[in-house]
Design a protein around this ligand. Structure first.
Ligand SMILES: [Zn+2]
Length: 422
């Protein structure tokens, strides 16, 4: 067929279509007949609350007052005491009603008839679990759960100020900033992040009835500061999740188990113990390692000396900041061998064992800080700092590559948004 013929054919077809369209559009409506109203096909469901049909019923909502008991709440509303006792017993396998917490929401459901005794009591254990107590002739207790939905999302932000604020402004849960600071605890110094550094993250977040539930989980993250790029990939392992860099090395560095090579624990971490000098019950927020005078005290991890000084109680002491999450403190030294601001490596000798301050004999009181709170380091779970196992490597590389695609997409998405804004 020649080009001319094809052109002609197209013209004819288009003209024909235009004619049909025009004739349809222009045809005048002769008369208007009102159509009979169609019956609503959607069945009107009666409203429910906590899975209970609310037709002819009303709900009273409240929060457990401090000191209020299960018996008080029910008794006050006319529920017979034998029903209360039966419910306490019925609840026991799943919930001890004495564990009802003040401030938690509760609800009573009753008939619309004024002054009627409630038919149901609901207690919200947490955002997911709630208990439905049937207060009728055959009392029963049911533990119900709201559905938890887990969704994955990604985000790329340029730092403008505090990471926390930047993440909130981007519409994500501010806890994501906390999660990122933990993932990068050993590889990014959060006190030194600069304007226009970027964080890109693929994460998952659980929701209950549209509200974020629990901490967001970082699946992969990338931090860029000029030429410097730090990455993290989450791998689920038998003993919990761990983060690795692109080469499969663990992002975590293990701490030394103790600040002394050879020692014995003379007093453990406890919330209550008899103070050996003051002879009063006091929390002991550290672990005491007894050793002869002059024994070298070692930094349990890389870090910067935050304090090297002396107080009446601590004696001569050193505090090392390892990263945004962890700091350690070493008390009662005979001699301090580091200066404030000095960078130290794991295993460096920072002082000598002594008994300065409130101490009965030579020892190191070792204190471990996590997010500003003193914790028992022997109870903390530090996953291994081993690289990805050889058997896991192919799966890891596949995961890493697919996460890289998603991180790139998030960056591109953010770029596009930036171009539109300016
Ligand atoms: Zn101590």
């Amino acid at each position: 067929m020649s080009r001319f013929r094809i052109g002609l054919l197209v013209t004819v077809v288009v003209a024909g279509m235009a004619f049909v369209l025009l004739s349809v559009d222009l045809r005048p409506r002769v008369e208007y007949v009102e159509e009979p109203e169609e019956e609503e096909l959607v069945e009107l469901l009666p409203p429910t609350a906590y899975g209970i049909n609310m037709e002819g019923r009303v709900m009273e909502e409240g929060r457990v007052a401090s000191g209020a008991t299960f018996g008080d709440l029910l008794g006050k509303r006319g529920v017979p005491s034998n029903t209360v006792h039966a419910l306490v017993e019925l609840a026991k396998p799943r919930f001890d009603v004495r564990r009802m917490r003040s401030g938690h929401p509760f609800a009573f459901i009753r008939s619309e008839v004024p002054g009627s005794v409630p038919s149901h009591f609901i207690y919200e254990v947490d955002a997911v679990d709630y208990l439905v107590f049937d207060l009728g002739k055959n009392p029963s207790v049911e533990l119900a759960k709201r559905p938890v939905v887990e969704e994955e999302a990604s985000l790329s932000i340029a730092v403008t100020g505090a990471l926390y604020n930047d993440i909130t402004r981007a519409g994500a849960d501010p806890d994501l900033a906390m999660a990122l600071s933990e993932v990068f605890a050993w590889t990014v110094d959060f006190q030194r992040i600069q304007k226009n550094d970027t964080f890109t993250v693929v994460y998952s977040q659980q929701h209950v009835e549209g509200r974020p539930y629990g901490r967001p989980k970082v699946l992969a993250a990338r931090y860029t500061s000029g030429e410097r790029v730090k990455v993290a990939y989450r791998v689920e392992q038998a003993d919990g999740a761990q983060y690795f860099d692109a080469d499969g090395n663990s992002l975590r560095k293990a701490f030394l188990k103790a600040p002394l090579k050879f020692s014995r624990i003379s007093s453990g971490f406890s919330s209550k113990r008899l103070h050996p000098v003051q002879k009063v019950m006091k929390a002991h927020l550290g672990t005491d390692y007894a050793a002869p005078y002059g024994t070298p005290i070692l930094a349990v991890g890389d870090g910067v000396v935050e304090t090297a000084g002396q107080t009446g109680g601590n004696g001569k002491f050193v505090k090392i900041r390892h990263n945004a999450t962890y700091s350690t403190q070493y008390l009662h030294m005979r001699k301090i061998l580091v200066k404030q601001g000095q960078r130290v490596a794991q295993g460096d000798v920072i002082g000598e064992v002594g008994s300065t301050g409130l101490a009965t004999g030579p020892h190191v009181c070792f204190r471990f800080w996590k997010n500003g709170v003193q914790v028992d380091h022997r109870r903390e779970e530090f996953p291994s700092a081993e690289p990805i196992a050889a058997a896991q490597r192919p799966a890891f590389e596949q995961l890493r590559d697919s996460m890289n695609v998603r991180l790139d997409e998030a960056v591109a998405e953010a770029e596009k948004a930036r171009l539109i804004v300016f």
